[in-house]
Design a protein around this ligand. Sequence first.
Ligand code: NAD
Length: 463
Amino acid sequence: MKIAIIGSGYVGLVAAGCFAELEHEVVCVDRDEAKLARLSRGECPIHEEFLPELLKDYVGNRLRFTADLPAAVAASEVVFIAVGTPGSDSGEADLTSVESVAREVARGINDYKVIVEKSTVPVCTAQRLATILEQGGAPRGRFDVVSNPEFLREGSAVCDFLFPDRIVIGSSSARASDKLRAVYAPLTSGAYSMRADAIPAPDGAPLPPPLIQTSTRSAELLKHAANAYLAMRVSFINAVANLCESVGASVEEVCAGLGADSRIGPEFLQPGIGYGGACFPKDLAAFHAVARECGYDFALLDEVKRINEMQRERFLGKVREALWTIKGKRLAVLGLAFKGGTDDIRESPAIFVVEQLLAEGATVVAYDPAAMPRAREVFTELEYAEDAYEAADGADGLLILTDWEEFAALELARLRRALRYPIVVDGRNLFSPERMAEEGFFYHSIGRPQPRAQRALKLRKAS
Ligand code: NAD
């Protein structure tokens, strides 16, 4: 099938590479000429597992890039809109890019097209898009607007796209639904997963994935509801972790008991320094704004946000408790991305923490396996290290801010030798408190009792 994807960011580029992997012919559009030039050379502008390989395999044959949006639409049967929908000051989604894309899409409609909302948009956006397309000269009957929300997670985006938990198609048109079903047929038939050259399916992925057909509005709404619910789980477990700290319970033990309940499940119950990224914060705010517009006060969402913001402040409190004064201290920071596996620093809680520490007069030496090129573009006051040990070298303490797997595998004795003082404040609970105490660290984490040696020391200090 001939497919156009408008927007070659984290979602559009992954979708483009994956659709090419599913043997469709894909043209990917962007307005960023520099990015297009890199992509056309086969370079991958983001850090995402398997994506460089897909680009290497398909750029120049089944996958091409262009800035000519109307021509890409004219040459395609299905058009995915995957441009950004950032938050505005009032919380509402800023749909400026979606609208301007729709106006250009209208110019390329020369035959029946399925126009797909892949971007996360507020409920009823499809109706608006249809109006814009008509205003732009696209006759009714020549197109349908369909919602096909994307649930991929940065860091495992390619696998999430090829082995999704579900595919949602929101449409009232049988013709459009059939076209979109055909696009995803290699996944829903199970044919792709049986291919000898397929990217391996992650453990537990439903094969084949279920396809859920809904109304357009339900599909739009359920994407916002999904992200708001996930953000709520993060805030919930962070609140429970804070309570654990007050009474000396272990949030890990609580999570083991909670997650074993089949109605709750173990996923998304890791306490930390809060959620971030380009989706949860702005989607939570946008969902709240939608509810407000509909006359419903979804106050729960305010609380989810408040707990999330408080969690970062609490972490800073732990840093101050561990290090006492901040001004003039040299602090090693492991992780700048909002989560492990990505180079995305948008709304990263790690960046928030680093900014606060810099404002309080600390010198920060950071290391992140993927996010440093992006961080360098916005952060000139940071020192950057080549690896975790270099960051720790001579530092007064070490902070873990992103859950990269490579951090959990660090050689602890070497890390301790590198640090000036063996203080670790772990915002991602990557290590066991007992092991860290054995290794000689003063170790602080989230929602878990501090090791006995440290407690004894604290008591002695207090008396
Ligand atoms: P992004 O910022 O990484 O990419 C957007 C791309 O669109 C950029 O390359 C930009 O240059 C391009 N663009 C913007 N306006 C354009 C225009 N008028 N014409 C052509 N190109 C244009 O955004 P993203 O993270 O890929 O997110 C895209 C959408 O998908 C958002 O609505 C987001 O909420 C949603 N989403 C994101 C994720 C995620 O993990 N990032 C997951 C699911 C859904």
